[in-house]
Design a protein around this ligand. Sequence first.
Ligand SMILES: Nc1ncnc2c1ncn2[C@@H]1O[C@H](COP(=O)(O)OP(=O)(O)OP(=O)(O)O)[C@@H](O)[C@H]1O
Ligand SMILES: [Mg+2]
Length: 225
Amino acid sequence: MIKARNVSLVYRDGTVALQNINLDLQLGGLYYVIGPSGSGKTSLMKLLIGMEFPTAGFLEVMGQPMRKRETAKIRKLRRDIGPVFQEFKLISGRTAIENVMMGMRFLNIPLNKAKELAKNTLSRVGLEHKTYTLVDRLSYGEAQRVAIARAVARRPALILADEPTGNLDHDNAVKIFTLLESFKDKNTTVMITTHATHLIDDCRTATILRVEKGKISIERGGERI
Ligand SMILES: Nc1ncnc2c1ncn2[C@@H]1O[C@H](COP(=O)(O)OP(=O)(O)OP(=O)(O)O)[C@@H](O)[C@H]1O
Ligand SMILES: [Mg+2]
C-alpha cells in the first residue's frame, strides 16, 4: 500500500527533512509515527498525500507513483485518503453536518446518501446531538471530532492524522486516538503522528514508525523490525 525506496525530501532552502526512507506497509492496520519536533513526521505525511514530492528515490501510495508530473492521478488518489490536520480548518458559519459533507463533495455520491453517511459518521464520533450546530459553537475537542468525521465519512482506505490531539488534555487526547484507531480494519489503514509518546505507551497492536532526524525505524510490540 505504501512503498518507499530510498526516498529523500530536501526542501527548497536545503533543509533535509527525510533521508533514504525505505518502507513496505501493507493495506490495513494501525501505524503511529512518532519522533521529536522537527524530525520529519509532517514531511512524511505531506509526501503520502502528494503535497510534497520526493527529491530522490521512489514512492508509491496505493499503487500510485508519487511524482509531480502525475498530479491529475494523484488528485484522484486523494479521494481515497482522509486527512486530519492539527489546524483542522472547519468552515465557519456552517453546521457540523455541512462540514462533514464538504469532505464528500467531489465524489459523485448522491446527496441523500452523502447526508446519511455524514449523519452516521457524526454519531459514530459521538456528536449526533450537534449535527445541526454551527461549528463556531463547538468546543475544541468537538470541532476536532467533526474534522475526523469529515475525513472518514467517505470511508477512505488511508486515514492520515497529523498531530490530531494538538491542544487537547490527556483524557480527550486518548479519546481522539481511540476514535481514530476504531476506523482501522483489513481494508483501512490508519496512520497517526504524535510527539505525545506517553499517550501511546500501551499501544501493542500498532506498528510504530520512529522518525529521528529524517530517518525512520520500524517497531512492533516494542521490538525493532
Ligand atoms: N516548507 C518547508 N521549508 C523548509 N523547511 C521545512 C519546511 N517544512 C518543514 N521544514 C523543516 O523540515 C524538518 C522536518 O519538519 P517536519 O514539519 O516534518 O517535522 P515534524 O516531525 O512534523 O515536527 P513537529 O513535531 O514539530 O510537527 C524541520 O527541520 C523543519 O524545519
Ligand atoms: Mg509536524
